[in-house]
Design a protein around this ligand. Sequence first.
Ligand code: ADP
Ligand code: MG
Length: 208
Amino acid sequence: RLENVKKIYQSGEVITKAVDGIDFTVEKGEFIAIVGSSGSGKSTLLKIITGLYTEVDGKILINGKSLQEINGENLRENMFSVVPQHLYLSSENVSDFLTKSLKKNEEEIENMLNQDAKNLYEYVKTVKNNFAKPCGSLSGGEFRKVNLWMALHKSADVLILDEPTMELDKQSKSELFVYLKGYVQGKIVIIMTHDQELMAISDYIVEL
Ligand code: ADP
Ligand code: MG
């Protein structure tokens, strides 16, 4: 639950009210879309929700407990599965990125990929084709698919995807949509997006 949440950035003389008094509640099993034009504060909101900022006005409550009280990176790490808008490009290989992020060995990752061969075909294909390559050598769309596949398999209560469909082809989009509808049972899905089709499958929209 967010209550009157505000975030101001100050760079020298320039003050930006990036998020200016946002309220919403999202319950287990709900899929919400956070929408708004470029610069309306969507990515800032993601960083606020996942506790990356210490200086935020208002309240962020998780199961009634203040986010600030839920200290420690480990707790947050287990609570959220996130694909940010600007992906962190590490120098490691896709295989190392996945084994580290998912805390599984290569054999377990391979089994997971095989299980997904039908419902997430495009993602499995991309991960398999690029498994031995450095993350930085993948195209934007390829690396986003690797990140999305990873995030969908990380055990966390809240999945947050910032502009996930930005670089996706039609088939990858439709696989993601079908998967998300099943995924949200018992979890929370929050999507920051401009994509009308993605908004259409959400339970409700929070407009910034
Ligand atoms: P969106 O994701 O909706 O496009 P952002 O949350 O990225 O919007 O940005 C919201 C506003 O805050 C924009 O005006 C942006 O320029 C500004 N902003 C974002 N990050 C910073 C920062 N680190 N320092 C200063 N201004 C920032
Ligand atoms: Mg953004």
